[in-house]
Design a protein around this ligand. Structure first.
Ligand SMILES: [Zn+2]
Length: 139
């Protein structure tokens, strides 16, 4: 955005009605929320992670994939994120995990669970396998 446009925008904020102001604040709040979620998949101190493929610690930030920060290793050239190497790596449709896991817990068949959460049956076989490999945390 050009500076002059931005000045206009800032200037126009004074003229907002209370409800418009609230909508603006909600919008900004949502943006910060989304950025916050992205940061969850980076290290809390902002340091760069080790490459899970070759074990060196020399990555660069390499764009984002589905809201998750990706890194690229400067040594081996492969990309990864903080889930790489865990059972949850590369699972898509994160919003469907819960539905799928819920259906499984209720004792529904893999096929039925897949249907209910709208994923392909082949995906569900893979997911079931991964979910079962996630170490249970005492809680
Ligand atoms: Zn590497």
């Amino acid at each position: 955005m050009r500076d002059s446009k931005f000045q206009e925008l800032i200037g126009s904020i004074d003229n907002l009605t209370p409800s418009q102001r609230q909508r603006l604040l909600d919008k900004i709040g949502n943006m910060e929320h989304e950025q916050g979620e992205t940061r969850l998949l980076e290290r809390a101190d902002g340091s760069l992670p080790q490459c899970p493929h070759c074990g060196t610690s020399d990555p660069v930030r390499w764009g984002q994939s589905q809201g998750v920060q990706r890194f690229r290793c400067r040594k081996c050239g492969r990309t990864f994120n903080l889930l790489t190497g865990t059972p949850l790596a590369r699972l898509r449709y994160k919003e469907r995990w819960r539905e799928f896991a819920e259906a499984m817990r209720e004792g529904k068949s893999i096929r039925k669970s897949a249907e209910l959460s709208g994923i392909h049956r082949n995906t569900s076989f893979r997911w079931q396998h991964r979910f079962l490999n996630v170490p249970a945390r005492p809680k």
